[in-house]
Design a protein around this ligand. Structure first.
Ligand code: HGY
Ligand code: MN
Ligand code: MN
Ligand code: MN
Length: 413
């Protein structure tokens, strides 16, 4: 491999490594179908193991489907007991491989590719970490298969009960327990205790970055609520309008009301997924199931939005002769990253911007357990969770350099 420290070489090497992934799980529309433990995501897990082996980094699995590749030049760590050589610990970095349906190429994988290249860059400079540098691939961050976002990092940190997780099912009725062949290990405080910090590099999912790299200040509180509307199935042609108990009306009202309540609060509300029973053109549905994704700048605003929406939707159901029920599937409170850490990293990187994000991340889950930071790489389209998500090779190379600098700093502290 040509020396990375020159700009063109790093851009070229990034482009080469990136090309190894870009065909895996890619759909004809340019979006990605990389669901947790699907053939595409398993291929990415295999790619992770090859990258780790190429670098002599032993790989461990935490029993929850999360992978850890370790670069440790010494046995001991600053946090006491010295794990076995190559055991996960020290400074943790990484992200996730899984995608939303037809999601972009960068959301997740960029953080993992950049982590391996940052290790290469540090090694080329002759850097030896005094504490291990561990690269992670977290499972089911998008929740696209089993419905709970950041499932792998929630299991690792004990934020979800492993029995509940094992019982989660995908759209084919397959449970996580079926896929893993067992109940996941669940909380691993022994493993989390070995880490001193977590840094996740991620493509920016908006258009706030004027320069190639930024540092995260906070993650908006957000969550996903399933809402089930029960009505009365009947014939589309013979049922008088006045005799109907049509759940699609209540559903449509709820979607419009979510949009209105969000706008009133400067919040974000999305209904991107719906299931209709029996889903036939000439049958009034008996039931409609929707999923609300709601986010706001603070916990109170988010709670107020969901409460107001549930109240208005329930009143509407009363008028429609239907019944509606909201169920919280996964919620994440406001995450404020360690301000001193964010400031110190922004300064370390030459005064890059510090900015909040409305997107959830494994870093949000880990921040309750470790000093945690996020680096963002500019996304010229600002689009994410769609095929148009983008990042230039040059900006991604800048991201690798920034991550290497941060890992060097944190693993030498
Ligand atoms: O949904 C999110 O905010 C994240 O991309 N999983
Ligand atoms: Mn995402
Ligand atoms: Mn992501
Ligand atoms: Mn995320």
């Amino acid at each position: 491999m040509s020396p990375l420290s020159t700009e063109p070489a790093l851009v070229h090497t990034f482009r080469e490594l990136w090309a190894e992934l870009s065909g895996i799980g890619r759909a004809p529309d340019g979006g990605y179908l990389r669901f947790a433990w699907s053939p595409a995501e398993v291929a990415l897990r295999d790619w992770f193991r090859v990258q780790a082996a190429r670098r002599g980094m032993p790989v461990t699995d935490d029993g929850n489907g999360n992978l850890f590749a370790v670069w440790s030049s010494t046995e001991g760590t600053s946090s006491g007991a010295a794990p076995a050589a190559g055991a996960a610990g020290g400074v943790l970095t990484g992200s996730h491989f899984d995608s939303v349906p037809h999601g972009g190429a960068f959301d997740g994988p960029l953080g993992i590719v950049s982590a391996f290249l940052a290790v290469d860059l540090l090694r080329e400079r002759g850097f030896q970490p005094t504490r291990p540098i561990t690269v992670a691939a977290f499972a089911e961050e998008e929740g696209s298969r089993f419905g709970v976002a950041c499932l792998g990092s929630r299991l690792l940190t004990g934020a979800i009960d492993p029995q509940r997780a094992a019982a989660l099912t995908d759209r084919d009725g397959l449970s996580l327990g079926d896929v893993l062949g067992s109940v996941p290990a669940g909380a691993r405080p022994d493993l989390v205790a070995r880490f001193d910090a977590y840094v996740e590099l991620h493509v920016e999912q908006g258009r706030a970055l004027a320069g190639p790299v930024g540092v995260a200040s906070a993650i908006w509180p957000h969550g996903r609520w399933r809402f089930d509307v029960e009505g009365e199935g009947n014939h589309a042609g013979t049922t008088l309008m006045s005799d109907r108990r049509d759940p699609m009306l209540t559903y449509a009202f709820t979607v419009l009301a979510a949009n209105k309540e969000a706008r009133l609060r400067g919040a974000h509300a999305t209904v991107g997924r719906v299931e209709v029973t029996p889903n036939a053109t000439n049958a009034i549905p008996s039931a409609v199931r929707g999923w609300l994704d709601a986010r706001a700048a603070d916990d109170e605003t988010l709670a107020g939005l969901v409460e107001a929406l549930a109240k208005k939707a329930t009143e509407r159901a009363g008028r429609d002769g239907t019944a509606i029920r909201f169920t919280a599937e996964s919620t994440t409170g406001e995450v404020r990253f360690d301000a001193a850490l964010a400031e110190s990293l922004a300064t370390l990187l030459g005064g890059v911007p510090i900015l909040p994000t409305g997107a959830g991340h494994d870093a949000g889950v880990l921040s309750a357990h470790l000093p945690t930071a996020m680096l963002f790489v500019r996304n010229p389209t600002g689009v994410s969770h769609a095929p148009a998500e983008s990042a230039t090779d040059a900006d991604c190379a800048e991201g690798v350099k920034a991550l290497a600098r941060v890992l060097e700093e944190l693993s030498a502290r």
